[in-house]
Write a protein that binds this ligand. Structure first.
Ligand SMILES: [Zn+2]
Ligand SMILES: [Zn+2]
Length: 343
């Protein structure tokens, strides 16, 4: 139908325009966010910390949270998400993924010299090489779980989504861990600021009839930061929960939509869809953060450190007994070409 096609085209045009606008404004958003996070940290240490019952003892956990927040924000913005046509900056060897880079900010782990192909874990995983397909938009040959990003106009390994507002790039295989940890530390930091800074917010607003405000942080800025921090704590907290739910289920944001479709198709055949990337809740979390008996120590989650992904994005751990999703017949897999095809 001509009408439906025109409406569809119109939606596409609006969407592309939105992409362009947010894409162009992205660096400004990131700059603003960096300034706000820094101002929030400054206000916390200047105004709120001295009012806490054990300021010196409290300084260390608070400083650790601030360091993690700054570090993961910097890394999620600067570490490339894993473009399919990128050669890895640390190791170009395709058969052995890099163990990490040199320098202070890479986590180290003992042992672990023999790897399975494409994967940094040595055992206990059922790993299969990814199936390959050609992207119709950029022409690159890409492994499964890679998707084409419309804003970057490139294919990204284990593509999750493109985040124009806070990080101005894609979230993919190489920065997804930093993305989740950035959100987690942002929620933690804004939670402490909201709870511990409440009295000072009342002071700044004049509710406690205290005229004295002997701080470098202006009262109006403090109130602004406080209100923003309450809002961010709730909003990012919900996003974090939603994102973690996907991690626990072993699927990315794109895959959770695809899997809904697969589920319907399988049901229409009286079959059951099985996500073969779902290794069980605990193992999904371990693989995502690359921690656990075969990965890095769990305390790397608490430190501002870089940890490489468990895979090079060309091999995937799967549920035992599966080398592809259950309930999906070959040729039925969705590719992101479908979404841009006209009805
Ligand atoms: Zn592509
Ligand atoms: Zn992108």
């Amino acid at each position: 139908m001509i009408c439906a096609r025109q409406v569809f085209r119109c939606f596409r045009a609006v969407e592309r325009f939105g992409d362009r606008v947010t894409g162009a404004a992205g660096p400004w958003f990131v700059g603003m966010a960096a300034i706000l996070v820094s101002a929030g940290a400054f206000a916390f240490f200047e105004v709120i910390l001295p009012t806490m019952s054990h300021p010196i003892l409290s300084f260390f956990p608070c400083a650790l949270i601030a360091a993690n927040l700054g570090f993961h924000y910097y890394t999620v913005c600067t570490v490339r998400p894993g473009f399919v046509d990128d050669v890895h900056p640390v190791s170009s060897s395709p058969e052995r993924p890099p163990e990490g880079g040199p320098g202070l900010f890479w986590a180290k782990r003992k042992g672990a010299t023999d790897h399975m192909e494409g994967v940094r874990w040595t055992r206990a995983l059922n790993v299969t090489p990814a199936s390959m397909s050609r992207c119709k938009k950029c022409g690159v040959v890409r492994p499964e779980r890679a998707h084409h990003c419309r804003v970057c106009n490139r294919c990204v390994l284990k593509y999750d989504h493109h985040c124009p507002v806070r990080i101005n790039q894609c979230v993919g295989l190489h920065n997804e861990r930093h993305f989740v940890l950035f959100m987690a530390y942002l929620v933690l930091a804004t939670f402490f600021l909201s709870v511990c800074g409440f009295q000072k917010a009342l002071d700044a607003l004049g509710f406690n009839f205290i005229a004295d405000w002997p701080y470098l942080t202006p009262e109006i800025l403090y109130v602004l930061i406080y209100m923003l921090s309450v809002v961010m704590c709730l909003a990012v907290g919900i996003m974090l929960l939603w994102h973690m739910w996907g991690v626990v289920k072993g699927e990315t944001a794109v895959e959770s939509q695809d899997h809904e479709v697969y589920r319907k198709i399988a049901r229409s055949r009286n079959d059951n869809f099985v996500n073969s990337y779902d290794l069980g809740k605990r193992r999904n979390l371990e693989v995502f953060f690359n921690i656990g008996p075969d990965g890095y120590p769990w305390y790397t989650l608490l430190l501002p450190l870089r940890v490489p992904s468990y895979t090079d994005g060309r091999s995937w751990a799967r549920r035992d007994g599966f080398d592809r999703h259950g309930g999906v017949v070959a040729g039925e897999e969705l590719t992101d070409e479908e979404e841009s095809e006209e009805p």
